[in-house]
Write a protein that binds this ligand. Structure first.
Ligand code: ATP
Ligand code: MG
Length: 559
């Protein structure tokens, strides 16, 4: 046994795991602390799930802990509604934070550190307008111009900054800047803004503050307050890292370090919260939890499981270069998981009547069916069977092609779990639509087994018309028609790439009786049709199912 373990190849580490293992081995840190820092200005999406799995996953793997920190430094866009949803989504994904913190809890500490920097002549109050600041920043090739207020005395800066806090000035009248280098090759180091005046109510601090710290100043310092050892963020922040380090170095506080990985981009969807908000506000979707949204709550409503999302995030790994992931990989992970946990049931989405003419009128049989071949513990159930059934309209063809193995005049098929039936005739209405199919059955084929070795190629699903339930079923297609919806021609927006046919509602599906008492988010495989999840709109009187995804291969093809 021992030898076998030693011979096994060690699974390779991603670059963050390598850094952490190095740090732990060399005593850089005794244990690790990571954080997940959402801004409460929207609902979490699958990209955030990647970051959550990474931050919580690393801490778990190395016996550390993870803080949840709301990055609530911009009072204008933030809301408690978002705070609550974010917590719910992280929990649902299966993670528990060590502490719940708010950047706004650190406002007082951040303010005193700003005073420290002023006293060290490393920060100053600037009276220039934002426009002037922008113009004087220069370009990558051209050095910026020092502000005329750059050399104010420490005393004057302290007085002005205090007055800023006390509400003496209007929005935009003054700002606090770090005093670094207006000719620095990294534009972020050209005297970046630390504080701006915003006379706005904050969701937690109310009107206590009218100056708010900028991301670059607040983020690293918040990390440091919490002794975050590995502050993991997405790649676009790598140019901010020198500034992150500069503040920590000048303040001589706990040396948190920032590490960047590539953000997750998925095909056929958008992930910026601003764009998702627009879809909600302009009613292109029914809400943040519309089952077509890439939000965690949308995926949950659609029928995704936390395991399928976590497996997907693990599976795609951690990249250092931006890339696009095919949404098919997310769906693959979903199918794999649902295949194991979803019970099989029968439902007919586009019902047409099938009458077995030689089956006794008054008879009802209870046929044995197993619930999930992938899960022995899932048990079995009885399916009621009678003379009158529903089958899927497209499982019958009046004039079949050679390769059509389902029902057609004179053709024999297997009714799943039941009998072999042969189509003898069919009825049409005045418009030529087929209304009823007539069959005869072979009583010797009970259970769907061939009585004499004769083969039938097609197996179709059905429900007992005398003993079934009605249901509404929502079928989804991709929300966008293009792989990269944000890539648009001039004059167009991502909205132009919306798929007009992304939702199809079926109001008269027929489902087997065993589904009478389902609960919201219960998951099933409707045989041959896909995986389905019970929607929040579902009631006992009006059942509603969402199609989570189709089956990769329907078993008809294999039969
Ligand atoms: P958006 O651009 O959608 O508004 P954001 O980055 O502004 O997202 P935050 O609330 O600031 O959203 O993000 C919280 C954390 O989640 C950050 O650490 C951020 O880097 C990470 N994150 C956001 N989007 C993605 C993504 N697509 N892939 C991986 N991580 C992400
Ligand atoms: Mg952000």
């Amino acid at each position: 046994m021992q030898a076998q373990i030693e011979n096994n190849e060690k699974p390779s580490l991603n670059f963050l795991e390598e850094i952490i293992e190095y740090d732990l081995k060399n005593g850089v840190h005794k244990s690790i602390i990571t954080r997940f820092p959402p801004e409460p200005n929207g609902y979490l999406h699958i990209g955030h799930a990647k970051s959550i799995c990474l931050n919580f996953g690393l801490a778990k793997k190395y016996g550390g802990k993870t803080n949840l920190r709301f990055d609530d430094t911009n009072p204008i866009k933030e809301d408690v509604e978002y705070v609550d949803s974010i917590k719910e989504d992280i929990n649902w994904l299966g993670f528990q934070w060590a502490n719940e913190f708010y950047a706004s809890d650190y406002f007082e500490q951040l303010y005193s550190w700003a005073l420290v920097l002023i006293k060290k002549e490393l920060a100053y109050v600037d009276d220039q307008t934002l426009e002037e600041i922008r113009l004087n920043r220069g370009t990558v090739q051209i050095a910026g111009k020092d502000s005329p207020y750059r050399n104010r005395s420490v005393e004057e800066n302290l007085r002005l900054f205090e007055q800023m806090r006390d509400g003496k000035y209007a929005d935009g009248e003054k700002i606090l800047r770090a005093k670094i280098d207006m000719a620095h090759p990294n534009m972020h180091m050209r005297d970046p803004i630390m504080y701006r005046i915003l006379h706005a109510d904050h969701h937690r601090t109310g009107n206590k503050w009218c100056i708010y710290p900028m991301y670059d100043y607040a983020h690293g310092e918040s990390d440091s307050i919490e002794n975050i050892t590995h502050s993991i963020c997405t790649l676009e922040f790598d140019v901010h890292r020198p500034l992150y380090d500069w503040f920590i170095e000048k303040l001589e506080i706990f040396p948190s370090h920032q590490y960047e990985f590539a953000r997750l981009n998925l095909s056929y969807t958008v992930m910026s919260k601003r764009k998702l908000l627009q879809l909600v506000k302009e009613n292109y979707v029914s809400g943040w939890d519309d089952a077509r949204m890439p939000t965690i709550c949308g995926l949950r409503r659609r029928g995704y499981t936390p395991e399928s999302i976590r497996n997907f995030c693990d599976d795609i790994g951690v990249a250092k270069r931006d890339n696009f992931i095919d949404v098919g990989r997310l769906e693959f992970s979903l199918r794999e998981d649902l295949n194991k946990r979803a019970n099989r049931v029968m439902a007919v989405l586009d019902p047409i009547k099938l009458i077995i003419d030689n089956y006794p009128e008054a008879l009802t049989e209870e046929l044995y069916a197993i619930n999930n071949p992938e899960d022995q513990d899932a048990g079995s159930r009885n399916l009621s069977f009678s003379k009158n059934l529903f089958i899927e309209r497209d499982d019958f063809m009046e004039n079949p092609s050679k390769k059509y193995f389902r029902l057609a005049p004179g053709q024999e098929v297997r009714l799943r779990y039941a009998y072999f039936v042969t189509c003898t005739s069919f009825e049409k209405d005045s418009e030529g639509n087929i209304t009823t199919i007539h069959c005869t059955y072979d009583p010797a084929s009970k259970g769907g087994n061939s009585p004499d070795g004769r083969k039938v190629k097609g197996t179709i699903h059905w429900v007992d018309a005398n003993d079934c339930l009605n249901a509404e079923v929502r079928l989804f297609d991709r929300l966008f028609v293009s792989e990269m919806p944000e890539k648009v021609e001039d004059g167009m927006t991502f909205i132009d790439n919306l798929n007009p046919n992304s939702l199809k509602i079926i109001s008269n599906a027929k489902i087997e009786k065993s589904l009478a008492n389902v609960n919201q988010l219960d998951k099933f495989q409707f045989e041959r049709l896909g995986y389905f999840s019970v929607d929040y709109d579902s009631t006992k009187e009006h059942l509603v199912f969402n199609r989570t995804c189709t089956l990769k291969d329907s078993w008809t093809k294999q039969n």
